[in-house]
Design a protein around this ligand. Sequence first.
Ligand code: ADP
Ligand code: ASP
Ligand code: MG
Length: 434
Amino acid sequence: MKFGGTSVGGAVAIRQAVEVVRSQLDREPVVVVSAHAGVTDALFAIARAATTGTADTELIAVRHRQILAGLELDRHLLDPLLDELRDLARGVRLVGESTPKVIDAVVSYGERLSARVVAAALTAGGVPATAVDAFDAGMLTDSSFGRARPLPDEGRMLRHLQTVAGVPVLTGFLGADRDGNITTLGRNGSDYSAALIGVALNADEIQIWKDVDGVHTADPRLVKDAQPIRRMSFADVADLASFGSKVLHPAAMVPAMQHGIPLRVRNTLLPDAEGTTIAAMVPSDRPVIRAIAHRTGVALVTVHSHRLVSQHTFLAKVFAKLDEIECDVGPVAVGEAAVTVAIDAAFSDRAVECLAADGEVQVATDRAVVGVIGDAEVLENGGIAEVLAEVATSGIPVRCAGLGAVGSTVAFAVDAERLSETVQLLHRRFFTAR
Ligand code: ADP
Ligand code: ASP
Ligand code: MG
């Protein structure tokens, strides 16, 4: 049972989470938690501010003490960890430099603090529980700080968790490399942690508790009448996640899919709601267009070849360079002597720098990517035209378009300021009007 940032965002939510765990004690749950909402962002800001000498952990301490007070827990419960965090931030400030390894160590406190709060809240509520740092429980990863990849579990986690008294409350997001350095699995990585832990324990089910009643036909924050989807296949959710939907971490589907363990997305605030069940079976009644995903903070990078090398060599070089700076690439449009890729805007300066030798580079920031997920056949047979026509006739310029790897997603870029309008009109066209 994994509880995300908002599901452990404050005393009220945590009390709710305690009831959810209590209601399923007969199933022997293992709990995985995120940092309290907003804490990871604050920790990143502290780690990055180190070089300017403004890193201050006091606000984080205040926030956690407020949560402890709200739950009527010992106000000194977190003092050892908060002291450690303060000392670490001070060390970073004195050195004046934060490497990816140091950033991971700093941000790890979010989940470590939260696991202790939730374990204490469960225990106080009559459900004995123990906080467990995933890196102590055998969550081993490589040393790619900030985006670490897990190493095979080989029974470590099960062996460790069998020794834990009461309900184990594990930290999401965190692992350790072979040298014992703390690593993180990338932003929103706790869903991935939960899937890895569920697989390691051969769980009946991996429950992901969020602030929404399951996966919807579009982000409910953007589309008011987005509808919950009751049953989905792993593949559809993987498409949704990889085309930018923030509802589940894209990697979380992989271990669950490989081991055939169903995932359920449930709502902590409405625990009786059905949520979404994600399994290998393709629901027989699924519609041809299944969901609309979007991603913001995108830059479109276009490289015009100098035509000094063949086109495939040019493309190979462009993608190799982007891979070198570890930049994920979204929808791609290829012309005779040019290529356009959608990347995370945070990478745009580095991308321009590393691609300059391969051609003339243009960048457009403030873009967003929209992905329409549906049947490959339908999308390939005129479905793309229908999607793009709908957007074009509304006067919204399409900046770059492409088809997903297996043909089941049409992805295109629009100006960020036209994003909500685009998602809303496509939702009206394919869902509300259906
Ligand atoms: P947590 O941090 O609790 O794990 P997130 O906040 O990362 O959860 O993800 C839940 C949010 O994802 C929802 O509040 C919702 O706004 C957003 N979201 C985006 N796309 C969808 C979708 N298709 N269905 C449901 N929620 C979505
Ligand atoms: N706390 C981490 C983040 O905010 C991981 C997670 O919540 O999934 O990115
Ligand atoms: Mg989150």
